[in-house]
Design a protein. Structure first.
Length: 405
């Protein structure tokens, strides 16, 4: 199958630092290539991939000090995608909103994964106007706020099991907070929890310009006044494996409808249990009492921390391997691709390779040295799905495909 993956330009694929969406796009793209599909990735020019790369900016936009506005760059990329759309059997978008008016002529061969929050009031009229565009949610809870749309399924994120190694015995005794400094992520709550239980807290997070005032007024003074709290800043993938693997537990004290929360499964991959507030996707991701513990308040978090720390790290890792691997995620997306009405009658669409063929191809690929990524030259610069109760630990990560679920 000829598949286009269209990534955000803010970060490279995979990201150097923060960038959950780009991480998922990278994992999905590489697994599709491994399975024998012909994949083209539209992304920043510094992206690293074995797929065909169409560079739509020189580097990740967030790393380019000369870029003030991401919108023009994304629109140039979308024009390039539109111009080449006839080359592909499926076009999978990982950006929100911008492309919807541009894909009407081939929307039945597209999938858009909605990676962001959908509870903003301004989004309701937009999704009413584009209710026919095929979309995928990353949790069932994410769907709640918007009107009926063409849901094709829910696909939970998945990671390469080798990306974050399992660590049965953590090298440290600290609590970890990883992600972004913003009010809805709850770093102030994390500090309060750690202080009340008398444990060290390490915060590895980026501070965006829009959250600078919150950092300076709230979080920075708390860090300065609590000697048990260490602010590390933004970390890369290698640092992340050690940071999460050495932690006794991850604190996920969110105060918003988190669409997925990639850091939860990153911690689980390391065997690190999660103390999560019961908002958004957390009840779908965390198996309460197995991979973590769900709470509703700071007081409950303090009371239940010992229970979190007592969880078997082998079982935490097993929960990750059972539900959140890239293999599971990719096959869920392939099911959705094959169910798209626009694929009917396209002669070059191939079935997903059989397991025996995949095993043979994997043996051949393993014996070959890694090659350089292929790059295309380009001028691009610069149906309602009601919320579903999914029992924790039951089923894979996919509740589709279906045009109306």
């Amino acid at each position: 199958m000829k598949i286009a993956q269209i990534a955000p330009l803010a970060e490279r694929v995979p990201p150097k630092l923060y960038g959950g969406t780009e991480r998922i796009v990278g994992c999905l793209t590489e697994e599709l290539v491994r399975l024998g599909h012909d994949v083209t990735l539209f992304a920043s020019g510094d992206s690293i991939t074995t797929a065909e790369l169409v560079p739509c900016s020189a580097v990740a936009l967030r790393l380019n000090a000369e870029v003030r506005d991401f919108l023009p760059h994304n629109l140039v990329m979308l024009e390039e995608v539109r111009r080449r759309a006839h080359h592909f059997d499926v076009l999978h978008f990982h950006i929100d909103l911008l492309h919807f008016p541009l894909i009407r002529d081939f929307a039945d061969r597209t999938v858009t994964t909605l990676h962001t929050r959908l509870d903003e009031p301004d989004l309701k009229p937009f999704y009413r106007a584009f209710s026919d565009i095929p979309v995928v949610s990353i949790s069932n809870d994410q769907r709640r706020p918007i009107p009926p749309v063409n849901w094709r399924g829910t696909v939970y994120h998945g990671l390469d099991p080798k990306l974050l190694p399992f660590k049965e015995k953590p090298g440290g005794n600290y609590l970890a907070f990883l992600g972004r400094i913003s009010p809805e992520k709850g770093p102030d709550r994390a500090i309060e929890i750690a202080t009340r239980v008398g444990r060290q807290l390490k915060i590895a997070a980026k501070v965006d310009a829009k959250d600078r005032a919150y950092w300076e007024a709230v979080v920075e003074p708390l860090v300065a006044s609590h000697p048990n709290v260490e602010f590390i800043g933004e970390i890369d993938e290698n640092q992340k494996a050690k940071f999460l693997g050495d932690a006794a537990a991850l604190l996920f004290p969110i105060d918003w409808p988190e669409p997925f929360g990639l850091v939860m499964i990153e911690a689980m991959a390391c065997g690190t249990p999660v103390l999560a507030f019961r908002y958004g996707s957390a009840p779908e991701v965390i198996e309460n009492g197995v991979s973590g513990v769900l709470v509703d308040s700071v007081a409950e978090a303090v009371a239940k921390l010992d229970r979190v720390l007592s969880l078997d790290r082998c079982k935490v890792r097993a929960a990750f391997e059972r539900r959140f691997t890239v293999e599971r995620m990719t096959h869920d997306y392939l099911d959705i691709y094959h169910a798209l009405p626009g694929l009917r009658g396209r002669d070059r669409v191939e079935e997903t390779p059989r397991k025996a063929d995949l095993a043979a191809r994997s043996r051949v690929n393993a014996s070959k040295p890694a090659g350089k990524p292929r790059i295309w030259a380009t001028q691009a610069g610069g149906g309602i799905c009601p919320p579903v109760e999914v029992p924790n630990g039951v089923g894979p990560g996919h509740s589709g495909p279906a045009s109306r679920r």
